[in-house]
Design a protein around this ligand. Structure first.
Ligand code: SF4
Length: 209
């Protein structure tokens, strides 16, 4: 059976897609054979409708409540923006009760959602996403290319687009966090400063291995 949702600690994660506009050097999906902490996140190319996700989210809540819903799988959630919005909206409009409509919803992203979808997507996330965690990892556009390894269509505008996403999200959403991985060569002090300039918080995290 496909793992559309999975638990880790006190949170429920939504695995919308395996598609990614980047092939980050720090990604562990190949090394871990698409398994994350015991959950096989390989969707085999399947991308079920939002209804499949919302039904499972409600079921999971009834089994055991969670304190946050996180869009994060082995894939970039904004590749499926419509399903993401529909799923988040179902929660926030009370359509999945007893899942509370004030449940915190987080998006983990590489920040390329606007470039992927050809428009600024942040206004569409307003009122649905409480927290955006953007994996930026560097302040240097050349290093960004080396670390994130975007597909050709995302290479030229990717870094600038990710910065714009952070800036806009920090203005519009309740919480925006720039994330960076320690030990992959980036200047963490500069990233902290950049996050501040963009109006975002910063989280430095260890890499997985
Ligand atoms: S965006 Fe996430 S899933 Fe995609 S390559 Fe990067 S780390 Fe891996």
């Amino acid at each position: 059976m496909l793992t559309l949702i999975y638990r880790y600690k006190t949170k429920l994660y939504v695995n919308l897609t395996n598609r990614c506009p980047t092939a980050c050097v720090f990604c562990i999906k190949s090394k871990w054979k698409m398994v994350y902490r015991g959950s096989d996140l390989d969707l085999g190319g399947a991308e079920p409708d939002a209804g499949a996700f919302t039904g499972l989210i409600k079921e999971a809540w009834l089994q055991e409540p969670f304190d946050e819903l996180v869009f994060c799988g082995y894939g970039e959630p904004t590749m499926r923006l419509e399903a993401l919005i529909e799923t988040a909206r179902a929660v926030k409009t009370g359509g999945l009760r007893p899942v509370p409509d004030d449940l915190r919803i987080r998006l983990n992203t590489n920040g390329l959602g606007s470039l992927i979808n050809g428009r600024d997507i942040v206004p569409e996330l307003k009122g649905l996403i409480d927290s955006a965690h953007v994996s930026l990892n560097t302040t240097d556009p050349v290093q960004w290319l080396a670390l994130m390894r975007p597909g050709p269509e995302y290479a030229r505008k990717g870094f600038e687009s990710a910065l714009a996403f952070v800036r806009e999200a920090a203005r519009v959403l309740p919480e925006t966090v720039v994330t960076a991985i320690d030990g992959i060569g980036a200047d963490l002090e500069k990233i902290k400063a950049l996050a501040g300039e963009l109006g975002a918080e910063i989280r430095i995290r260890p890499g997985l291995d």
